[in-house]
Design a protein around this ligand. Structure first.
Ligand code: FAD
Length: 297
């Protein structure tokens, strides 16, 4: 059952502000892959509400490089568009690989990166990688524009820093946060495809001759929000990549995570994954570096 009382199509950002001014409880809908499920289940906030469609707003569809190298992704880009975009392949290979693991092709063709982030789920497949790239979210409202680092955007389970009348327009990643990094994303789930992660881990590494200059590790489903492993990251800087050091980095991650039991996996099992996935990801990231080096001759 649905109890949607009206649908409004916004053609511009100004339309969004006008409509939300008139109907403060109206919900934005992008691809609708989360919204329509919640509306059908009559979840709180989706009963007797209006929807505002944002798919036709032009600036939400951009993907481009700014003069200073910042890569900008409009919130309405679908997972498929991001996966196949040449700028993403060239500069943010890890994001392209992570979003390719979302659901099935139908979901990836309509589900958007903006919806994934604004939904606030700790299991969102784009989120750990956006945390690892230190993404900044550009949020617009009739009051102006605010730029929010993604780590501050997530407030709790299903709760993000968005008020009625605010819309996520752009996701921005600066050159210093992607240049020289390679990475790997592991979505650990019961099945290879069409499943929600038991635990997910995104890892970016910048290294020279096997010595770690910088490491970024972010887990999904290891806490109510995606969570960066700042203790392990600081510990890893300057270390040589050896089996022993990879194990030590994994052990450090247990200091920052807050896993729990659920029907998908026990806390004990999740903690085991926390301790091993970063090391495995670093090994895979090194393979990406080696391939890139070969390609560059
Ligand atoms: C069958 C199926 C499989 C799925 N599998 C996965 C999976 O494997 N991995 C995964 O991460 N997710 C999965 N999902 C969840 C979902 O597809 C994603 O979260 C998707 O990214 C949501 O994007 P959307 O455009 O459909 O968002 P919508 O459903 O339109 O919106 C989601 C939320 O974000 C808000 N919103 C959307 N855009 C904006 C914006 N620009 N500014 C402000 N608020 C906004 C909406 O108001 C709503 O609260 C799955 C869903 C289904 C139905």
């Amino acid at each position: 059952m649905y109890d949607i009382t009206g649908y409004h199509e916004a053609a511009t950002l100004a339309d969004v502000f006008t409509i939300t001014g008139e109907k403060p409880t109206a919900r934005l809908v992008a691809g609708g892959t989360d919204v329509m499920v919640k509306a059908r289940e009559m979840k709180s906030g989706y009963v007797g509400c209006d929807l505002i469609g944002i798919t036709r707003i032009p600036e939400l569809h951009d993907i481009y490089l700014e003069d200073d190298g910042t890569l900008v992704i409009g919130a309405m880009n679908t997972f498929s568009e991001i996966e196949h975009h040449p700028l993403i392949k060239a500069h943010l290979h890890l994001l392209g690989e992570a979003v390719a693991l979302v659901g099935g092709p139908q979901t990836r063709n309509v589900g958007t990166i903006g919806g994934n982030v604004c939904n606030g789920a700790t299991s969102a497949d784009s989120a750990p990688t956006l945390f690892a790239y230190n993404a900044v979210l550009e949020v617009h409202s009739s009051a102006g524009i605010k730029n929010v680092p993604i780590a501050d955007f997530y407030k709790g389970a299903g709760w993000v820093d968005l008020s009625p009348g605010e819309i996520l327009v752009k996701i921005k990643i600066s050159r210093q946060d992607y240049e020289g990094y390679t990475g790997h994303y592991t979505k650990f789930a019961q099945r290879q495809a069409l499943d929600i992660a038991n635990l997910s881990c995104s890892t970016l590494v910048k290294q020279t001759d096997g010595i770690i200059e910088d490491l970024r590790i972010c887990f999904g489903v290891a806490a109510p929000t995606p969570i960066r492993m700042y203790t392990a990251e600081a510990f890893a800087r300057g270390l040589t990549i050896t089996d022993e050091n990879l194990k030590a980095i994994g052990a450090k991650c247990l200091e920052d995570t807050n896993t729990r039991d659920s029907w998908r996996a026990s806390k004990e099992y999740r903690d085991y994954l926390v301790s091993i996935l970063p090391g495995r990801n670093i090994v895979e990231a090194l393979k990406v570096s080696a391939t890139k080096k070969e390609e560059q001759g």
